[in-house]
Design a protein around this ligand. Structure first.
Ligand SMILES: [Zn+2]
Length: 145
């Protein structure tokens, strides 16, 4: 444990907690999701607590049934399910490598990992999650145009 040390030089990515909005130091948190939630929602019981929290308007507008990835301190919201310790996803190559690794998981397509990546790459984003330590060129923004 290194305590609340700032990110070390050479790290490409900062992890920002979705609960307290503070940086997550190595050993203090994870990027995680609960893939089993995806299969549970396809079952006949569903997730009543989740659905009852949406209004009909919200459900008609943009129902997003995907499993959402979380980036949190262990003390703010303990990681459960599939987790990647923040210290294992501190560089762009690590992020890319995890992406390739996750693509081999049968449940991967039912998660919002693509949103996590796109938000990391968006220099205008103010969302917590995985943030670049330094803003880079925006040449990649023409992908898919
Ligand atoms: Zn936190």
């Amino acid at each position: 444990m290194t305590g609340e040390t700032p990110p070390a030089a050479g790290q490409d990515l900062l992890a920002v907690c979705q609960i307290c909005l503070q940086l997550i130091a190595d050993g203090d948190g994870a990027v995680w999701c609960r893939p089993e939630a995806a299969t549970a929602e396809r079952g006949d019981r569903g997730d009543q607590e989740t659905w009852s929290s949406f209004t009909l308007e919200e459900m008609l507008a943009a129902p997003d049934e995907r499993v959402h990835w979380r980036v949190t301190h262990e003390r703010c919201e303990p990681a459960t399910g599939y987790l990647i310790a923040v210290e294992r996803i501190r560089t762009w190559p690590a992020y890319l490598h995890w992406t390739a690794h996750l693509m081999g998981k049968g449940w991967f397509a039912s998660t919002n990992w693509d949103d996590l990546i796109l938000d990391t790459l968006d220099p205008t984003s103010t969302q917590p999650g995985l943030r670049p330590a330094t803003v880079r060129d925006l040449g990649h923004r023409s992908v898919g145009d």
